[in-house]
Design a protein around this ligand. Structure first.
Ligand code: SAM
Ligand code: DTB
Ligand code: SF4
Length: 327
């Protein structure tokens, strides 16, 4: 439970029986009403002026057999990303130590896999236990997992697993053909069953309709319990991917998506994920006002850019926000 004990909490805010029409109606609220409602709920559940910071490292980049239309790491597309092997454990631990020296307490490792092989899981378990020994929280995103792999990762000390449903069940086939929406949900169940905290969200701005954004949030909010963390990514259009020329999403619609996510999952940390590099400070401030309370920090996400720490520190300063580490 991520509830702030100092603040009054209405537990009946946390529901698992959302209908598409209700989510759609939230999207259609006047903007001020929507943001006010989301921010009011947010501060009933979380400290109002804190933003959690996560550090991300791509431990296995490119050459992925999946065909996710947005992703520069897919071997099906022609983005300028070279395929690399899994980084050595020592290299990853050196990066984690550096992140720790910079004040980080959560370290997230991403791999461009459809699913890890068992021998990959051996190496990832070594990374996870090494990062744990540094005294940091651990997070990984490695694709689909078997029950046994999830249990082994949990045993090594994995705290969070990121696996996104990406979009609505309806729109999913337009974006990915090599695995199903059901596969994604199965992995989320496997992760939850293994006792690992769930980080699950999606991407907006891929040409989907508002109903798709509403449906995606309904699927996430009807998971029981809710994912502890809900990343909302704005598509980073990358040359050489099928979505390179996707039409820009109205920025206020992105803010609305964050607000609706917060209202439907008030006890979850909504993360303002990919897309920040192209956002103005003012737009990011609106996203935080809409209930986002976590960001990835550092100059790189997995393969694309992210605002540097200096910029984020200055932004937090302007907003009177404290960047916190850990959960
Ligand atoms: N291969 C694993 C998987 O797909 O689950 C883990 C890594 S994958 C790159 C992690 C997530 O990054 C994807 O689920 C997607 O939501 C997000 N992502 C990838 N490319 C993106 C892009 N161009 N813009 C926004 N989000 C993106
Ligand atoms: C998530 O939802 N967003 C992060 C994290 N989980 C792993 C990844 C964003 C990737 C953006 C494209 C790239 O840098 O390759
Ligand atoms: Fe592979 Fe993940 Fe990229 Fe899809 S999103 S192509 S599974 S790395």
């Amino acid at each position: 439970m991520q509830t702030n004990p100092q603040l009054a909490v209405a537990d009946n805010d946390v529901r698992h029986d959302w209908q598409t029409a209700e989510a759609q109606a939230l999207f259609e609220l006047p903007f001020m009403d929507l943001i006010h409602r989301a921010q009011t709920l947010h501060r009933e559940h979380f400290p109002a002026n804190e933003v959690q910071m996560s550090n991300l490292l791509s431990v296995k980049t490119g050459g992925c057999p999946e065909d996710c239309g947005y992703c520069p790491q897919s071997a099906h597309h022609h983005a300028n990303v070279a395929a690399e092997k899994l980084l050595p454990v020592d290299t990853v631990l050196a990066e984690a130590r550096q992140a720790k020296d910079g004040g980080a307490t959560r370290f997230c490792m991403g791999a461009a896999w459809r699913n890890p092989k068992d021998r990959d899981v051996d190496a990832i378990c070594e990374m996870v236990s090494g990062v744990k020994e540094l005294g940091m929280e651990t997070c990984a995103t490695l694709g689909m997992l078997t029950d046994d792999q999830a249990k082994r990762l949990k045993g090594a000390g994995l705290d969070y697993y990121n696996h996104n449903i990406d979009t609505s069940e309806n729109f999913y086939g337009e974006i990915i053909t090599t695995r199903t929406f059901e596969d994604r949900l199965d992995t989320l169940g496997t992760v939850r069953e293994a006792g690992i905290k769930v980080c699950a969200g999606g991407i907006v701005g891929m040409g989907e309709a508002r109903t798709d954004r509403a449906d995606m949030l309904v699927t996430l909010a009807n998971l029981t319990p809710h994912p502890e963390s809900v990343p909302i990514n704005l598509l980073v259009p990358v040359d050489g991917t099928p979505l390179a020329d996707a039409p820009d999403l109205d920025a206020l619609e992105f803010v609305r998506t964050i607000a609706v996510a917060k209202i439907m999952m008030p006890d979850s940390v909504v993360r303002l994920s990919a897309g920040r590099e192209e956002m103005s400070d003012e737009l990011q401030a609106l996203c935080l006002l809409a209930g986002a309370s976590s960001v990835f920090v550092g100059p790189k996400l997995l393969t694309t850019g992210n605002p540097g720490r200096d910029h984020d520190d200055a932004l937090f300063d302007r907003l009177g926000v404290t960047g916190t580490q850990g959960s």
